[in-house]
Design a protein around this ligand. Structure first.
Ligand SMILES: NC(=O)c1ccc[n+]([C@@H]2O[C@H](COP(=O)([O-])OP(=O)(O)OC[C@H]3O[C@@H](n4cnc5c(N)ncnc54)[C@H](O)[C@@H]3O)[C@@H](O)[C@H]2O)c1
Length: 375
């Protein structure tokens, strides 16, 4: 739903076919796009009108579906998290190389325009070397309607796979150095939502830079307060709606919750076309400390706190959310440039997520495991 507007708008993209297990999604797809709704994944892969697939299924399906698509000769854009294990990520990245096809991971918030601008400012060296990044995000992630597997850590549930995948991507995009170590605590402090709902992590990079990443999805403090009450999706947010997610969830049975999640999904009668956003998307508070300036990322600008003065670098509002993700994917397929977020990029982010969980388990530093032997 969130990526559809950008897919529809890109001149190089024609939505020609889709597959989903839910018939109502296929029926809507067929009528809305005058395109083919395949009842099996195999039929979609056999469809010669399809050059590229966007895979937006539950995390645990990403690896097998992406590898099958690459082996069938399709380019693949796969949602974050790339997969639920580093080994699966390696198999996907190798499958793309073997097939000679593009594998890109996204959208993630590292594609947000303020992140791109900040990364460019850091890379320019204008403010000296990047030394520290402080990133935190406080949301209601754990109390939005969820499928059971989204609350099962064994199946990729919890905020580390779903949300750290964004935050680590953002920090890596800005620092652009290999991650050396992760020390973290990940916690579940609500037994009724049995998966990690919060974490705090210290990441160190090969250059000596460090980043602190904190996330809580427990629906108390809302860090959008620090971003002008602009939501993650770049829309105005009403602070008076405090506590709504938890209150609404309290009234739902488990089946009601599954239905409520489906109600927002493509093909359900109540899911309308996604609204546009007046501001850029973001992933919470991000402050980047370089030797000669601190850079604060906002959905509308970068604020620079330099040696002599403070300045605001405005960022033009988005024409369309996530358009740059689809532009990157199309440009990679058409041979203009390789994607930054290719399979190996996605693997390193997943290796950091795995290191975060492992560090929390063993209470020690963990080096992300990015070199995986071929089995
Ligand atoms: N990048 C982002 O900002 C962002 C936001 C939300 C979700 N996501 C990612 O998108 C993925 C899907 O999450 P969601 O919240 O949209 O889930 P969802 O349950 O709303 O949608 C998943 C879709 O996959 C379909 N599906 C399930 N099993 C299938 C199968 N075996 N074959 C084909 N289709 C199948 C479902 O019917 C549904 O249409 C996840 O990996 C999630 O992390 C990314």
């Amino acid at each position: 739903m969130l990526t559809l507007p950008a897919l529809r708008a890109h001149p190089a993209v024609q939505l020609s076919a889709a597959h989903d297990l839910r018939d109502e999604a296929l029926v809507r797809f067929e009528s809305q796009f005058e395109a083919t709704g395949h009842r099996t994944y195999e039929a979609l892969l056999a469809d010669s009108s399809v050059d590229a697939l966007y895979i937006a299924t539950p995390h645990e399906l990403h690896a097998a579906q992406a590898i099958a698509a690459l082996e069938a000769g399709k380019h693949v854009l796969v949602e974050k998290p790339m997969a639920t294990s580093v080994g699966d990520c390696a198999a996907m990245a190798r499958a793309a190389e073997k097939a000679g096809k593009v594998l890109m991971v996204g959208p993630s918030h590292a594609f947000d325009e303020p992140v791109r601008v900040a990364a460019e400012l850091v890379a320019s060296g204008r403010y000296g070397k990047v030394r520290l990044v402080n990133a935190f995000n406080y949301t209601d992630f754990m109390y939005r309607p969820r499928r059971p597997e989204e609350l099962d850590s064994e199946r990729g549930g919890g905020v580390v796979y779903s949300q750290a995948a964004h935050q680590i991507d953002v920090v890596r995009r800005i620092v652009r150095q290999p991650v050396e170590s992760v020390r973290a605590v990940a916690a579940n402090w609500d037994a009724s939502r049995p998966s990690e709902g919060a974490y705090s992590a210290l990441m160190t990079f090969a250059s000596g830079a460090a980043a602190t990443l904190t996330y809580s999805g427990y629906a108390h403090y809302d860090s959008d307060e620090l971003l002008g009450w602009i939501s993650e999706l770049g829309r105005p947010k009403d602070p008076a709606r405090y506590g709504e997610a938890r209150k609404a969830l309290n009234q739902l049975s488990q089946q009601d919750e599954i239905d409520a999640k489906l109600a927002r999904t493509f093909g359900s009668a109540s899911a309308g076309d996604p609204a546009g956003a007046p501001h850029h998307e973001h992933f919470g508070f991000v402050l980047v400390s370089c030797e000669r300036a601190d850079l604060k990322l906002l959905p509308t600008a970068i604020e620079v706190f330099g040696d002599e003065r403070r300045e605001t670098i405005p960022i033009a509002p988005p024409t369309l959310s996530r358009a740059n993700v689809i532009e990157d994917f199309a440009a990679s397929i058409l041979g203009a440039r390789p994607p930054v977020h290719d399979g190996w990029w996605g693997l390193e982010t997943m290796a950091c997520c795995a290191a975060l969980l492992e560090s929390s388990r063993i209470a020690a530093d963990v080096k992300p495991q990015t070199i995986i032997q071929e089995s």
